[in-house]
Design a protein around this ligand. Structure first.
Ligand SMILES: *Cc1c(COP(=O)(O)O)cnc(C)c1O
Length: 385
């Protein structure tokens, strides 16, 4: 089976994990947790990195830190992995879904601004949704497939309307825009080190921020909100057990040491896809076309413009599955998921079109040119029936 994205371990993973076991430091305290946080801060250029047990926990904590609470509204794209929106509901807040753009399928900054301009009112301090009277507390932008969203524009919009900006950078570690790492543009960024991401700790995540207050609070909330004390257990807030373990962090340190090698290989894989797909009719294969972007190439995607129905698309996906290739559709848009059907969503035409036409293509570091050719051959015959 050729999976969509498999992890690869060819560095110091064994050595560091053995060190945890030999030393007895396997749980939530230990030198690798500190080291991993240090290395993450260094790599991303964020002042602070706080390791968490997974990306979803990092996102949940980020919303809490942005003071998202019951009845607040949070603007987010519908085209993302479900975790992005689930964390909004964890806070008893209300998601507002905005469409994506059609180049890289990220939150459309113009549509975001249009919504704020036409549907909201800024009173000089906060932005209020005219229809619901609720406060727009945060924008939760996502860098899907690891490609940076229009984060500079979104940053300006967030400032203009005094809305907190959180970046779901779960897929985008290694992606820089103007040499600035994704997740460091807004108030808080969230990373994931799940098994299918570009580097993995098995399960894991992190919060990155330049704000020392936020960093301190993040540590506090993810460690059961335990007050510092020599021996007493004192907790003045509702805290969470969202810590990463030393073993996981040891894996993370070893993986982070290899990330640039992983990306170098992925750039080669992108060239192969491009070589086999560039002049095929009915296929749109987005590439990193912009000099200011260093894309990590987490997952490649393609649009088959001739697909007219979901069942046509599913038949193509099944051809891949029958050939033991893990090609998948995009995530079903969140506004079409059962628990999110009743929330506000404006025009989501591009989102629905990408869901209909789009496929995620395998992108593991272990891929060979022969396999990429095989994938592209199936794509070609699917694009030209
Ligand atoms: C993977 C992912 C998450 C969740 O991260 P976990 O570590 O699996 O909890 C959140 N958002 C996006 C966009 C993701 O791809």
């Amino acid at each position: 089976m050729i999976p969509l994205h498999e992890p690869i371990f060819r560095g110091n993973e064994w050595r560091y994990i053995k060190d945890c076991i030999d030393s007895g430091w396997v749980s939530s305290v230990g030198k690798y947790v500190d080291l991993f946080e240090e290395k993450l801060a260094e790599y991303t250029g964020a002042k602070y990195a706080i390791a968490c047990c997974n990306g979803t926990a990092a996102l949940h904590t980020a919303l809490l830190l942005a003071e998202v609470s019951e009845g607040d509204e949070v603007i987010t794209p519908s085209l993302s992995f479900i975790a992005t929106a689930n964390v909004i509901l964890y806070c008893k807040a209300i998601p507002i879904f905005i469409d994506c753009e059609d180049k890289h399928f990220n939150l459309d900054a113009d549509k975001l601004e249009k919504f704020l301009k036409n549907n909201c009112y800024f009173d000089g301090e906060k932005t209020i949704n005219l229809d619901t009277g609720r406060i727009i507390r945060a924008i939760l932008a996502v860098h899907i497939l690891g490609y940076p969203c229009e984060i500079i524009k979104i940053c300006e919009i967030a400032k203009k309307y005094n809305i907190k900006l959180i970046e779901d950078a779960a897929e985008s570690i290694g992606t820089f825009l103007n040499n600035k790492h994704t997740g460091t543009f807004g108030d808080i960024g969230c990373l994931s080190f799940n098994g299918n991401k570009i580097i993995t700790t098995g399960g894991g995540g992190a919060i990155i921020t330049n704000n020392s207050e936020i960093a301190k609070l993040a540590k506090y909330l993810t460690q059961q909100a335990k007050e510092p004390h020599q021996f007493e257990y004192i907790h003045n807030e509702i805290g969470y057990n969202y810590r990463l373990t030393n073993i996981q962090a040891a894996l993370g340190v070893a993986q982070l040491e290899q990330i640039e090698d992983f990306i170098a290989k992925k750039i080669e894989i992108e060239k192969w896809y491009n070589e086999f797909l560039s002049d095929v009719e009915n296929i749109y294969f987005p590439v990193s076309e912009n000099n200011s972007v260093r894309w990590n190439r987490w997952i490649f995607a393609v649009l088959l413009k001739n697909i007219k129905t979901i069942s046509e698309r599913d038949n193509i996906v099944k051809r891949f599955i029958n050939s033991n290739i893990g090609v998948r559709p995009f995530w079903r848009p969140i506004h079409l998921q059962k628990k999110f059907e009743n929330y506000y969503s404006a025009d989501l035409a591009i989102t629905e079109n990408v869901y209909l036409n789009g496929l995620h293509l395998p992108a593991s570091v272990s891929l060979t040119k022969d396999t990429v050719k095989k994938i592209c051959d199936i794509l070609k015959t699917s694009a030209t029936p």
